[in-house]
Design a protein around this ligand. Structure first.
Ligand code: F0G
Length: 482
């Protein structure tokens, strides 16, 4: 996506790609959308994709692939051990991150499992700029605890602060001192903080975190799953970084980290993941678990085709014109919604557009899952599938009490190079309608509540008959439109 000025002065993101393969979509009538949502237990994870018009659930594994990636997949060397494909990917990792050892894994959380099993013990504390659902679960399952060291700006939905994903350096040091450095196996920095609106950290902040890690002899682990967006924001927002190339910024970040892991379902636009390091002892400690849980060291649970696609995808991630598509499209959507007075997370981040459900449906108490209710309402209103990122995505505490989330967000992911501008405009239109009718939206209650990662497969019901009323209002306002 490029900075092309329009003669009319309009600011419209212009795609630097063309579409050559398409997938047909259906948009069900509103009554059928209500039925599908009920059958899915008001959980957008449980919807069938055939019932979804715009799948904005996630960017994970659903980004568009390039012609070069598809071509590379055909050259894959299929072999259990010693595949040429693995060596090509390993060489690409060395070239881009400057890291010698690469341990393949089937996806991001598999890397987290290995890291947690090797480094986290009962009583361990892992500080991080913000937690991610699967990361936290792996750490707690191994007897450890997460300590978030975000800055106050992080939780302000509306802000103009460019790096809301920064770690609070003073707080980080306090956490290490309070718990003792011997109980802190590593500090984790998440590029493009998923749960607080895809907000980046700055290169300078990473340098400061490194200094603290060096002072106490603690490893620095970078979760690079959402690295592409974070790179773009460092390049465009950070003082002194605009003259650096994306490759230089990537290398600077890698040089500050002891271990990098990533979900290639996001980074590299394919599927899979891996752990990279220059630390031989760390690689040796983790590699046995790779063979145990993932697969042999030259595929780690990935297909060779996907590994070829990742190698090309990583290369393409070094192209600013490629990685800026997501953030620019997201910024467009955020701006359009803001113009209509709709509460959204600002500044626009990566991954997707995030609606602030705490504001949007401020009449719904947090224990009735406002962001989950808004996700269900938006599917009914427009066949649009978003993801709840709020209290429902939390886990109860040891005594079974609800842990109220810091933020209640409805995430509308914009997988890279997937949607067209008219589809984004349609989504904006349906959200605006919903905002006009927001007082009709009611809460949700669990009918089936799993103990671990309940948001994935828990089932809920609407409290009262607000969904039927919403459907009637839709018919009144839109006639027989889909
Ligand atoms: N770290 C971050 C920052 C992530 O966003 C994810 C996945 C993971 C780790 C785990 O990777 O899915 O390959 O096992 N995020 C997905 C999402 C699930 O939809 O946001 P994974």
């Amino acid at each position: 996506m490029s900075e092309v000025r329009f003669f009319t002065g309009e600011t419209v993101p212009l795609e630097m790609h063309k579409v050559r393969i398409v997938q047909k979509l259906d948009l069900l009538p509103v009554e059928e959308r209500l039925k599908a949502m009920r059958e899915a237990g008001n959980n957008t994870f449980l919807l069938k994709n055939r019932d979804v018009f715009m799948d904005m659930l996630t960017d994970s594994g659903v980004n568009a692939m390039s012609d070069r990636q598809l071509a590379a997949m055909m050259t894959a060397d299929d072999s259990y051990a010693g595949s040429e494909t693995f060596y090509r990917l390993e060489a690409k990792i060395r070239e881009i991150f400057g890291m010698k050892y690469f341990l393949p894994a089937h996806q991001g959380r598999a890397c987290e499992n290995i890291l947690a099993k090797v480094y986290v013990k009962k009583g361990s504390v892992v500080p991080m700029n913000y937690h991610f659902t699967t990361t936290k679960s792996h750490i707690t399952l191994n007897g450890g605890r997460v300590e978030e060291v975000y800055i106050p700006e992080a939780l302000k939905a509306e802000s103009s602060y460019p790096f809301k994903g920064n770690a609070d350096i003073g707080r980080l040091e306090e956490v290490i001192k309070e718990n003792g450095p011997e109980n802190v196996p590593f500090v984790r920095m998440e590029a493009g903080t998923n749960l607080i609106g895809g907000q980046p950290f700055s290169l300078e902040n990473l340098r400061q975190v490194r200094r603290v890690c060096d002072k106490y002899g603690i490893k620095l682990v970078l979760d690079a799953s959402l690295l592409a967006d974070n790179l773009y924001f460092i390049k465009t927002r950070e003082h002194g970084c605009s003259s650096m190339s994306i490759r230089e910024i990537t290398r600077a970040m890698a040089d500050l980290s002891d271990i990098i892991y990533f979900s290639a379902r996001k980074l590299g636009c394919a599927r899979g993941g891996g752990i990279c390091t220059n630390d031989k002892a760390a690689a040796d400690a983790m590699k046995e678990l790779v063979t145990l849980y993932e697969g042999f060291l030259t595929y780690g649970g990935m297909s060779v085709r996907e590994m070829e696609a990742i190698a090309v995808g990583l290369d393409e991630t070094m192209d600013e014109n490629m990685i800026n598509q997501g953030p620019i499209f997201i910024a467009y959507m955020v701006d359009e919604l803001r113009k209509k007075g709709i509460p959204v997370v600002t500044p626009a981040g990566g991954l997707g557009c995030h609606i602030d459900a705490m504001e949007f449906v401020d009449h719904i108490p947090q224990d009735q899952y406002p962001a989950g209710a808004l996700a269900a309402a938006l599917y009914i209103a427009g066949g649009i599938r978003g993801m709840e990122r709020g209290t429902l995505s939390e886990q109860r505490d040891e005594d079974g009490n609800e842990v109220l989330s810091n933020m209640e967000l409805l995430r509308l992911a914009l997988p890279r190079r997937v949607f067209t501008m008219s589809q984004v405009k349609y989504a904006v239109d349906r959200i605006v309608w919903l905002y006009e009718n927001r007082h009709m939206i009611g809460g949700l209650a669990f009918v089936e509540e799993p103990k671990v990662l309940r948001f994935f497969f828990g089932r809920l019901e609407a409290i009262g008959d607000w969904q039927e009323k919403l459907v009637r209002k839709f018919r009144q306002d839109f006639g027989d439109s889909l």
